[in-house]
Write a protein that binds this ligand. Sequence first.
Ligand code: CA
Length: 507
Amino acid sequence: MGLGISRRAFMKGVSTAAAVALAAKAAPAAATKDRPNIIFILSDDVGYGDLGCYGAQHVKTPNLDRLAREGVRCSDAHSTSSVCTPSRYSLLTGEYAWRNPLGDHILSGLEPLSINPATTTTPGLLKQAGYTTGLVGKWHLGLGSKEKPVDYNGEIAPGPLEAGFDYAYFYAATNDRVPCVYIENRRVVGLDPGDPIEVSYGGPVGNDPTGKDHPELLKIKSDESHAKTIVNGVSRIGYMSGGQAARWVDEDMADTFTGKAVSFIERHKAEPFFLYFAPHDIHEPMVPHPRFIGTSSCGTRGDVIHELDWSVGQILETLDRLGLAENTLIVYSSDNGGAIKDTYDDGTNAEHGKQPPNGVLRGHKNELYEGGHRVPLLARWPGGIPAGSTSDALIGLVDMLPTFAAAVGAAVPKGAGPDSVNVLSALTGQAGGAPPREMLVLHTNANGPLGLRKGPWMLVTQSRDNFKKAELYNLKDDLAETKNIAKEYPERVRELIGLLEAEMKKG
Ligand code: CA
């Protein structure tokens, strides 16, 4: 009992993984201590200061706090990139997204699958190890291919099922973008073939009203970039026509995704499973179910945090009800730091002002300062992770592939997850004095600037090809990055730039 279990799993080699895969083929059996279920919950745009267990005062997050109480709370975890798509790309591939032009930027709903189907992915590796793998929620990693662009009226492929998932119930891009429909495996859910979907991010399609021309139809006013087709009283990025019967209702999204996640767990309770649960909360537009409205003391943004916490609670309750909690590793994190400036005018900025989304950190989503990428990370695994523990080890979401492989005793194929490090020991408390990861490259979006973290030092650059204005911070003394000390430590700056350049030359 206790920590020895994860150490055993940690030490397993290729032969065991092969035997495990064979055994799994012969007769699926429920998860065990050495082969735990894994649930990875990735919320959208939740900042370092947004949860009670990270110091938030104006929201109540009892279910997320329960994960911290029963597991480990990490204080130095990073989303690797500071916006959605690249962060999610690195999570699923173990590769820095800035190495791949297909996955390094915020994708539209018409761009191709960013993950090469031949790549070993986090779900693909677990599937190979005998796990049933599922995605519920946000995808945002592209659909279709360059040769065969996605057709929302036909079979939607390649997509999640080609990236290692056995089952997927998801939306294509973001909740502020068209198309506003759910997709189950390879088909739009509830699509009437007589009312085909058309999507455009250029010129208008169809006759649906837009937010720009019909602001009187809107529940929430938006800036111009979000003022295109109105779906459910909310204008979006891009134009969409058709698919009326298939369009989502924002207020019901949390219930829909949570229900699908719960039923996935129920269906696969008797076999080891991996569930990647990616709620739309708390990404804008923030449109909670009416039962959450006004439940926080800091406006809509607080209310959607409550909705997210409720979703997490449903997952925990399901594990308890089915007797699966003991043998399930559950990890919660966020895909980037909190957003402060909302593009929808819902009063959130003013009301949420008393509780900064990123706590004491400088910056926000899309930036290289800590507020852009330092995120909450909680993990619970009874018997593997000591309850109520904390970890200050440097962790990137890019590390989940080998970390989950270690937790289930599977080998990582050569070349897979090229930028990842197995950080399981940081979660289980076995790291001792040696943190598993020494440095981490941080990324913003597309070909935006990169930063490098090593020990307490954080190098913040302004572009990829000119490091003259690079800033240096000592996070141990100055977590809020108030004092750029690059001039005081020129040798340290040179060292970090050298390390960053070496990383950029790889791959
Ligand atoms: Ca995000």
